[in-house]
Design a protein around this ligand. Structure first.
Ligand code: DC
Length: 427
């Protein structure tokens, strides 16, 4: 999934994009930061903003490194130095538009931006993302707001960072940059014909995010009160009884379907996963568990859905796909069954199939301590400590296209298992 967002300075793009990225577990890329870093490098190398040839040469060789994280965080490095904050300085503001209007500079930056977007699952913001950089993006938005509101937002941001320029100066600078961005010959700021326009004047961040998610038709699981109460109760029990410790729950996207992939060693694992996930999960459970009518009603009430092991994977995958597309989070155990000796088993490919076909995030989860507290043939749990670690989501899109589908599914599953094992060794 790729979302392209364009709009003038101060339209709220960055804040909104970071929030959407966080909620959907997407990577976030700020392309303005790339032009800014170039401007910063030119200042440091004492290249005049009018020396086009030197600027083009700089754009071609600049050692830019970009770290995009699914938590909505974005860091940019110039020759190994983190400059994410430095590039917001007034000296950069003053010259960046002059540099961004040089066609050859843009060609170079666009190349890098496309490379960044290659692995997909990303929200990218700028001025020409939906028109030039990623014209095939699945979703395109154009954010705008009253010029005075936009200038005030920038001014407040600057103040918070300790930069003191009068509001009138910020307004003037912004008007100049707007003009340059809109009237330049190459890739001027304009609304793509199929973009959705949102006026953010007077709207809170949450409202704009809500509009975007609504337009994208992103769904979420239905709230289940019985599940919520039971989870709370079990959480207290697990804290008191097993000193349950959870880290990394923020890696679960706040909207849309997703998969939690966990290692499996004990009957306690689904319960522990449910406690650790801030969003309510749906579980695929062996149909024999529903034979006891009362127990069946209980687990159905807790979002368990029966699957037949015998008719195996095709039906289970179909059910899982439907649930994910409807905006649910499901728990899967890539190893298929509980490990008898507490070690890791070879994972199966079904998880990879879902990740690729649905393009949904797969959040790796390691569950440690359940084997010791409740192993396979035990009747009752024993004393012990349980800890859970969740890692950054893995996306089907992260992996090379052109690989044979079957190989790709296994590659993803292996990567997820590798992440689980890394989390396990650090837990
Ligand atoms: O979004 P920003 O203020 O950080 O952008 C800095 C400058 O870079 C601004 O003058 C517009 C320009 N820019 C551009 O020309 N194309 C982009 N895709 C992103 C930013």
């Amino acid at each position: 999934m790729i979302i392209a967002v364009d709009g003038p300075a101060g339209s709220g793009k960055s804040t909104v994009c970071r929030e959407v990225a966080k909620r959907l577990g997407l990577r976030y890329a700020d392309t303005g930061a790339m032009y800014r870093t170039l401007a910063l490098a030119s200042i440091r190398e004492k290249i005049s903003p009018s020396d086009t040839n030197q600027l083009i040469e700089l754009a071609r060789r600049i050692p830019l490194e970009i770290h995009t994280l699914t938590s909505g965080r974005f860091e940019i490095f110039l020759a190994g130095e983190k400059v994410t904050e430095t590039i917001r300085e007034p000296a950069v503001n003053q010259i960046v538009s002059l540099i961004a209007r040089i066609p050859e500079v843009r060609t170079e930056m666009v190349k890098r931006q496309r490379a960044l977007a290659k692995s997909g699952y990303l929200i990218m913001e700028g001025r020409d993302i939906s028109t030039v950089v990623l014209p095939d993006a699945e979703f395109k938005f154009y954010l705008d707001a009253d010029p005075s509101v936009r200038a005030e937002r920038r001014w407040k941001e600057d103040q918070a960072k300790g930069t003191v320029s009068p509001l009138s100066r910020v307004q003037e600078d912004q008007a100049k940059r707007d003009e340059m961005d809109r009237t330049r010959d190459v890739s001027p700021l304009r609304v793509a014909s199929n973009a959705i326009c949102i006026d953010t004047t007077g709207k809170r961040v949450g409202e704009v995010v809500h509009i975007i998610l609504g337009k994208m038709n992103v769904k979420r699981e239905k709230f289940n009160a019985f599940y919520a109460v039971t989870r709370r109760f079990l959480w207290l029990l697990a804290k008191a009884g097993f000193g349950l410790e959870i880290q990394g729950a923020e890696n679960i996207p706040q909207h849309g379907g997703f998969i939690i992939a966990a290692n499996h060693r004990s009957f306690l694992d689904p319960v522990v996963a449910a406690i650790a996930s801030p969003r309510q999960l749906t579980f695929l459970a062996r149909h024999t568990l529903f034979r006891n009518v009362l127990f069946g009603i209980l687990i159905r009430g807790l979002n368990a859905r029966p699957i037949k092991r015998a008719s195996a994977d095709r039906n289970a995958l179909r059910l899982a796909a439907g649930l994910i597309m409807a905006g649910n989070g499901i728990l899967l155990f890539p190893e298929g069954t509980r490990s008898a000796d507490g070690g890791f088993l070879t994972p199966k490919g079904g998880l990879g199939y879902l990740a690729v076909k649905l393009g949904c995030p797969v959040v790796p989860m390691c569950i440690k301590g359940t084997f010791e507290t409740f192993p396979r043939h035990a009747k009752w749990p024993r004393q012990g400590k349980i800890s859970v670690r969740l890692g950054r989501a893995v996306h089907g899109d992260d992996f090379g296209k052109g690989i044979d589908d079957g190989d790709l599914y296994l590659l993803i599953v292996k990567e997820v298992m590798r992440n689980i094992e890394i989390l396990f060794s650090s837990a």
